[in-house]
Design a protein around this ligand. Sequence first.
Ligand code: UN1
Length: 503
Amino acid sequence: MQQTITTFKNNIGGTLTDSSVRAGSPSPYFEKYNPADKNELLGKFPKSSQKDLDEAVKEAKKAFEIWRYTPAPKRAEVLYKAAEITRDQKEELSKILTKETGKPIVEARGEIQEVIDTYLFFAGEGRRIYGLTGQSELRDKSIITIRQPIGICGLITAWNFPSAVPSWKIAPALVSGNVVILKPSKDAPMSGYKLVENLYKAGLPKGCASILFGTGEFGDLIVRHPDIKVISLTGSVEVGKQIYETCGKMLKKCALELGGKNAIIALKDANQDLLLDGVLWGAFGTTGQRCTSTSRLIIQKSDWSDTFIEKLANAAKKLKVGNGLNESTQVGPVITDSHRNNIHGFVERATKAGAKLICGGNKLTGKEFDNGNFYEPTIISNVKADMELACTEVFGPVLAVIPVKDELEAIKVANNVEYGLSLSIYTKDINIAMKAANEFESGIVYINAPTIGAECGGAAAFGGWKNTGNGTREGGVMALDTYTQYKTVYIDYSNKLQRAQID
Ligand code: UN1
C-alpha cells in the first residue's frame, strides 16, 4: 500500500512557510522514521537555510516590539490557554510523541503532563517576575531592580524529550516578554511543531514564536545570528562546548543542559524493594535515554548485594520491550540504528575490559523487533570506577554495577565523573543521606528515589554541575535568569544635591 507522506513546513511566526531551496543542495528535506517501525515514514521536514532564519528573525523583531510591552499577566494568559489546549489534546500529542521517540505511551502521557505543568507554573510567574528593592545610602532615594526581556531567544533541543524540554524554554522566555525561535532535533521534529501550533491557537500574537527544522548545521546558524541574543541548548557536552565558545566570542547569553552519568548509591541498610523498583525505572525507563537516567549502580558489598544483582537481572529480563504504542510496553526502541550501534559498542568494550555481562547485551531480533531499533535491557557488573562504562555517558539501557566497601567510597565514586546532573542514595540512615546530599557534586539529589523524574513543571530548578552545563537552570523561577536582564533604577525624590560619597 502506498504511504501518504506528510511534508512539513516551517512555522515562521505563525505562518506555514516553504523552506527556500538551497542552491546546490541535493535534497532540501530530511526524513523522520518511527524508531519502533522503520517502515513507517512519519514525515519529511525542510532543511532550513540562512534565508529562512533571516525571515524568522525579521518577524520576531517586529513581534518583540509589541510583546515586550504586553503586560506580563496578559502574556501569561496565552500560557494558561496553551495548557488547556494541551490538556484537551493530551492523547493525540502523546501518540505523536511515542511515534517519534519510541517511548512507551504511559511515559509520553507523563511528558505531555509536564508541558501542561510547565505552562501553568510560568503562567503564574506572569503575576510575579519579581525584582528586588534595596535600601539607599542616602535620604529620600529608592532603588529598585527589575527584570526585563532580552529579545530573540534561539532554542535548540534534543530528541528525548521533544515536548517537555522545549516547553521549559518557551514558557519562561515568552512570559518574561521575549520571542522565540525553536529548532527541534531532526530525530524528533513533530512534537515541537505541535507545540508552536498550539501556542498560536492559544492566542500568541504573530511573530512571537517560530519553529524551523534542520540539522546541526542549521543550529549553528542560529547560534551565530547576531540578532538572536539568547541561546538555550539541551544536547551533548561536545555540542555544548562548541556553542559556548561561539556565544563567548559574541558575548551572547547561553544556557546549557548537557549530559549526565548519574548514579544510585545502594547502602547495605537500603529498603531492597524500593531499591529494585528505583533502579529498574531509573536505568531502563525511556530506554535509558534521559540525561538523568541511572547508568551506574554503586552498591555497598553486603550479605545481600550479590543476590540483589541476580534479582535485578531477573526483573530486567522480564521487562516488556516493544512498540511504545502498546499499553503494556515498558521499554521502547532506541532512537536510531546508529545510536544502537554506539550503545552496543560500549557493552562490547566493557566486557573486553573485564566487566561481567549479567543480562542483555544484544540487539533484539525476530518478529516486531526486526523493524525497530530494539536493545535488551543490559546489566554489567564488576565495573571498575575508572573503566569507560563507569565514566562515559551511554544514553541507552545499560546499567554499570560498581561494588564498593562503604559510603565514603560510594560518594567518591559517584563524584568521579566529568558530569554532575543527578545522584541518588538509598539508605535508612538520615545522617548518611544528608552527608551524601551535601557531598554530591550534582545539581539534583534524590534520597530513596531514582535519579529520574525531576519536577520541572513545578518550583524545582533543573540543571547540573561540572560538564553537565554552565550553571544555568531550567524549571522554577531560576529559569527566568536565562531570559531576563536586570535593570537597577534609582529614584531620588530629595530634590537636593546629595552624594553617596565624597571623592
Ligand atoms: C532530559 O533527559 O533531558 O527528570 C530531561 C527527568 C525528566 C527530565 C529529563 N523530568 O527524568
